[in-house]
Write a protein of this length. Structure first.
Length: 368
C-alpha cells in the first residue's frame, strides 16, 4: 500500500468511523453505508464510479480520500486448488494469505501481523520474528483482493464465504485493527458474513479474549497444542503468562455469552511430543463436558524445524480416543503443502525483526 500524502485511506474504516468522516464533510450518515456497499460488495475503488453519490461529493472524496489496497507481490496455485498470495507490507516485507476451496464454502486464511512475537516453537511464522501490526486496511484488503481475483460461486456470491484469522501473527495482539476489520466482515453493509463464518484464532492472550466477547463475539479458536502446562510452556510460550486453567476459564466465559457457542481447540500433533494416548486422555480431562470442539492438525514441516509429523495411524488413534471419551474431534486435511501454504508454514518476508518480550505491558501496547 502506498498512501497518498494528505489523503485518508477509507479502506478498513468501520461503519461508525466512516459515518463520522462523512459528517465532517457535512453529509448524512447513510453516505457511509453507500460507500461500504460500493467498496466491499461491488468492489469499486474509484469514487467517480460511485454513481449514487453526488458529483460534488465524488469530487470532494477524490481530493481528500482514497481506497488504497495492499499490493500483491505473487500468487501460487496448489495442485489441490489452494491459492496463496504474498502481499507487500513495506520495507521489503510481506505477509501471506491462503484461500482453501471446499465443497459448499471457500475459506480465506488471513494474516494480522508482519511476523509474530509469540514464538511458538513449531510455527514457521514465529521463527521469522516480529516487525509490526497490520492496519485494518491491510487486513481487509486481503479479503478484497481474494474476492476480486477468484471467480464467483455458482450462486453468484463472492468466492470467500468464510474468513479465519489463522495466517501470520497473533490476532489478539493486534486487537484494535483486528476488531475493526471484523466489524466490516460481519456488517450487512460490507461483506455481511455470519458471525459463525468468521473465526479469530489466538494462542491465549486472556485479557483480550474477555474483550472480544463483548466487542464482536465471532467464532473463537484457541491454539492449545498441549494438555498440561509443562508441555505447553515449551510449545506455546505465552502459556507462562496465562496458564491453561486461566485460558480455559476465559474460553468458557466467552462461550457463555451466546447460546450454542463452542470454542474450537487447535492441536498440532507432533511425533513423540504431544501425540500419545496419555496426552489424549489429559485433553479429555480438560475439555469433557464443556462447549469444546477439537481440531487435530497434522504437523506441516518447514526448514530447520526439529519436529516431525505424527504418523497417520497415531493421528487416527488419538482422534478415536477423544471421540470415545465424548469429545467432538476432527482432523484437518492438509491443503496447499506443495506451495508452503499449509497450517504453520506461512512465513512471508520479515525484516527488521523486533523481538518482543512476552510481558503484559508490551502486549497491552501492541493490542491497544
Amino acid at each position: 500500500m502506498q498512501a497518498t500524502p494528505g489523503k485518508q485511506n477509507l479502506l478498513g474504516s468501520p461503519p461508525d468511523e466512516l459515518a463520522a468522516f462523512f459528517a465532517g464533510l457535512g453529509e448524512k450518515p447513510f453516505r457511509a453505508r453507500q460507500l461500504l456497499q460500493w467498496v466491499y460488495q461491488r468492489r469499486v475503488t474509484e469514487f467517480e464510479a460511485m454513481t449514487d453519490l453526488s458529483k460534488r461529493l465524488r469530487r470532494e472524496l477524490a481530493e481528500t480520500a482514497e481506497i488504497d489496497l495492499p499490493e500483491p507481490v505473487s500468487r501460487h496455485d496448489s495442485g489441490d486448488g489452494t491459492v496463496k498470495w504474498l502481499f507487500a507490507s513495506g520495507s521489503g516485507q510481506a505477509v501471506e494469505t491462503v484461500f482453501i476451496p471446499e465443497p459448499g464454502r471457500g475459506t480465506l486464511c488471513i494474516s494480522s501481523q508482519v511476523g509474530c512475537a509469540l514464538d511458538c516453537s513449531f510455527c514457521a511464522t514465529g521463527a521469522q520474528g516480529f516487525n509490526r501490526n497490520l492496519t485494518a486496511a491491510e487486513i481487509v484488503g486481503q479479503v478484497w483482493h481474494a474476492n476480486q481475483a477468484l471467480p464467483a460461486r455458482r450462486s453468484g456470491e463472492p468466492a470467500v464465504t468464510n474468513v479465519v484469522f489463522m495466517g501470520m501473527g497473533e490476532p489478539l495482539a493486534n486487537y484494535r485493527n483486528v476488531v475493526a476489520a471484523t466489524e466490516l466482515l460481519i456488517s450487512d453493509w460490507a461483506w455481511g458474513l455470519s458471525r459463525r463464518r468468521v473465526t479469530i484464532s489466538t494462542s491465549g492472550i486472556v485479557p483480550n479474549i474477555d474483550r472480544l466477547g463483548d466487542d464482536c463475539n465471532v467464532s473463537l479458536a484457541v491454539s492449545l497444542h498441549a494438555p498440561n502446562d509443562g508441555l505447553r510452556n515449551e510449545l506455546v510460550p505465552i502459556n507462562r503468562r496465562h496458564p491453561i486453567d486461566e485460558l480455559l476459564a476465559a474460553c468458557w466465559a466467552y462461550a457463555a455469552k451466546h447460546a450454542n457457542r463452542f470454542v474450537t481447540f487447535e492441536y498440532v500433533l507432533l511425533k513423540n511430543v504431544n501425540d500419545t494416548l496419555a496426552h489424549a486422555d489429559e485433553l479429555v480431562g480438560l475439555l469433557a463436558g464443556k462447549p469444546a470442539k477439537v481440531n487435530l492438525i497434522p504437523f506441516n514441516p518447514f526448514p530447520n524445524t526439529r519436529y516431525e509429523r505424527s504418523s497417520a495411524e497415531t493421528i487416527r488413534l488419538f482422534q478415536a480416543r477423544l471421540r470415545a471419551r465424548g469429545l467432538v474431534a476432527t482432523t484437518r486435511r492438509t491443503r496447499g503443502d506443495d506451495i508452503d501454504a499449509a497450517c504453520g508454514q506461512l512465513a512471508g518476508r520479515v525484516s527488521d525483526r523486533i523481538r518482543v518480550r512476552l510481558s503484559e505491558k508490551r502486549l497491552r501496547v501492541a493490542s491497544a
